[in-house]
Structures are given as C-alpha cells and as structure tokens.
Design a protein around this ligand. Sequence first.
Ligand SMILES: Cc1cc2nc3c(=O)[nH]c(=O)nc-3n(C[C@H](O)[C@H](O)[C@H](O)COP(=O)(O)OP(=O)(O)OC[C@H]3O[C@@H](n4cnc5c(N)ncnc54)[C@H](O)[C@@H]3O)c2cc1C
Length: 388
Amino acid sequence: MAISFSFTEEQEDIRRAAKEFAEKEFTHELALECDRNEKYPMELVKKCAKLGFHAVAIPEEYGGGGYTPIEQMIVMEEFSAVNPGLALACLTPIFGVEILLLHGSEEQKEKWIPKLCEGKAIMGMANTEPDAGSDSASIKTRAKLDGDEWVINGTKQFITNGSIADFILVTARTREVEDWKKRHKGISYFIVETDREGYKATKIVGKLGIRASDTAEISLNNVRVPKENLVGEEGKGFYYMMEFFDISRVWVAAQAVGIAKGALKLAADYVKQRKAFGVPLATFQYIQFRLAELATKIEAARTLTYRAAAIQVETGKPDSMLSSMAKWYAGEVAVETCDWALQFHGGYGYIDEYPINQFYRDAKITEIYEGAKEIEKLIVARHILGVK
Ligand SMILES: Cc1cc2nc3c(=O)[nH]c(=O)nc-3n(C[C@H](O)[C@H](O)[C@H](O)COP(=O)(O)OP(=O)(O)OC[C@H]3O[C@@H](n4cnc5c(N)ncnc54)[C@H](O)[C@@H]3O)c2cc1C
C-alpha cells in the first residue's frame, strides 16, 4: 500500500483559509501593539472564534468543525507563520479541552464545549506550580472533600489564559502517598470556575515572547467546587495529563514548524532586497547554503510532525515517542531558523519594528512549555531503552 505525503484538497482549502485570515487580520500594527504592551487581542480572538478556526478538531456534536488534529495543526502552522503571538492567543481559548472530551462527564461537556466553540468562553489548564514544572507529579495543591464539595488550596504558575478564562482545569492532590516514587498517584483534575471565591489570578508581565498570550499565576485559597466538578476518575489526573501532553506536543510541533517557516520567509525576503558590498545579500553563497540547510531541516521537522499526527489519527491514540520527537526537533529547528533569520537582518533584526525580532523571541517557548526539550529527549530515550 502506498504512503501518502500530500494533503487532501479539503486540507489545502483549510490551509488557504487560515493563511488568508492571518495575513489579513494579524496586522503589523496589532502584532506590535500586543507585543509591546503585552495586550491580549480579545477582539481578534472573538473574530477568529466566529469562523471556528480554534475549534476545527472538536466534534460537530459540541459545535466544533468535526475535523481531525491534522486540520487543526494546519491552522496552527499557517497562523504561526504570520505571527506566533497572535496565533497562540487565537488558538488557545480551548487549551486543555481534550481532557474534557476524553474524560469529562456528558454534563460537563455539554455545559462548556459548545460555549468554547462559539467563542463565548475561554478555558485554561493548570498543572505547573512554583516548585513543580517538569516534575509535574510533585504538585503541592491539595483538594479535600468536605460534604458535597471539594476544597482546593494551592498556587499554579505560568497558566495560559489564567487571568481571562471562564474556567480552568486544575490538578490537585486528592490522596496522599507515602512512597515518593509513587507521587504520580492520587492526583485529580477539577473544573474551577474563575468567579469562585478564593480564585485569584495575577497576570505575569515581562515575558520574553508570545506576549499577546495571557499568562498568569493563580492562587487558590479555599476554593470550593461541587463534587460534580471532578473530571473523570479521582486519582487518575496524572495519567490524563500525560495522555494530554502526547496530544498537545504535536500542536506545539506544528506551532514551531509555522514559526520556522515564517522566519525563513522573512529572511529570504530580506536578503533579496538588502545590499552589501554592492550586491544583494542573497548573492552570497554562504547565505544561500544556510537558507537551503534551514529549509531542509524545516521540511524534516514538518514531516515528523505530521507523521506523529497522522499516526494518532489512524490509530486513535497518540504515539508518545513520535510526539516527543516532533516537539523537540521542531522546537530546535524553529529556534535555529529564527536565530539565522535575525542574523541576516543585521542590526535591523535587533529592533522590534522588524517582525523577525518577535519571531526570534516567540520561538523559544516551543523548547520550554508542554515539556522542556530535555523531557522530550528523556521520553524518547525511555522508549529506546524500554524503561518505564
Ligand atoms: C509562557 C508560558 C506558558 C505556559 N503555560 C502553561 C499552562 O497553561 N499550564 C501549565 O500547567 N503550565 C504552563 N507553563 C509551564 C511550563 O509547562 C513549564 O515552565 C515547563 O514545563 C518547565 O517547568 P519549569 O518552568 O518548572 O522548569 P523546571 O522543571 O524547573 O526545569 C528547568 C529546566 O531544567 C531542565 N530540566 C528539568 N528536568 C530535567 C531532567 N529531568 N533532565 C534534564 N534537564 C532537566 C530543563 O532544561 C528545564 O527547562 C507555561 C510556561 C510558560 C513560560
């Protein structure tokens, strides 16, 4: 049987539509304003949601596009190639929704997912804490059952949409474990509506990149949620989180591929018009070779990324090793491409008026969130060595 490496006509239509939307709406002025002022582009996000770009892969029964993760990644790639910060703000109002889709009760899904699809609600997911990031099983947040309510206490760090969301999926320890090695057991997910008493979000300012995206520290001080806000089974949260990362890492890989693609285009456009020593920079073979090398790496990252997604779609299950490989490699290629693209802009690249400046800063996050690149490599190595 032949292997297909081409996208379908429908996928190409989605790509075209996403590219057109981004090129029209992600204006230079808006990108600069949101980047400089760390402003969340609420109007743009709502406009984007009206067209359903953020909910392409959500089942139709909940108001989504009913496509697969591949089509959502195509949107992510095209948006990120135009402006990574605005792209992220537009596509993350549903960040974490896979956990609800896979493990939420029918009531929870019906209550929230249609609103998310319509752009009438924003969600987030809070795992990371001040002292627990890569080691996400070491969380200190606790949830204790008191009658018909769970009482949650703790602090969450770096939470996307933390200060603008309507609800956040929060991990908390519901059962103590004596053996530290078993700390991944006894963690659960809760829906925490952000208007509950005791929920406080403090927007984090001063981020290096993706400054249009909202990031907050969240404190949960005796926040009471009804029993029904537990998502899935009590004590299974860590497994849900790992399953989610296997899915979300291919989104980040697609984001990184888009960033690299966009940066390469900025570099190619620039070296064609900028002259030095009497000729366009593009005339220098050194620069041509570098562009060729980067383009090849981007294509390799892209193939790996969509292969990871295709396997997930075909088998109905993410491939943990491929997702990790894709995210690590595509992130590295994005950072490397942006570095060279800025280099070719010379001093102008150092100024934020030039879009490559934002790309350079935005790219770095792909090597940090959804698992730092070292965690990705650990996962790959564990698969190679057969270690659990
Ligand atoms: C802008 C932004 C948005 C984010 N959004 C969210 C969100 O919505 N929800 C959420 O829960 N979290 C979010 N995060 C948190 C992010 O996932 C964590 O920052 C990331 O997992 C790393 O955790 P940490 O920062 O605690 O770093 P640490 O765990 O302290 O690690 C620091 C560094 O040490 C190295 N390292 C760690 N462990 C190992 C190891 N075993 N072997 C080798 N090297 C290692 C890595 O280089 C790593 O970068 C966000 C972060 C940022 C910056």
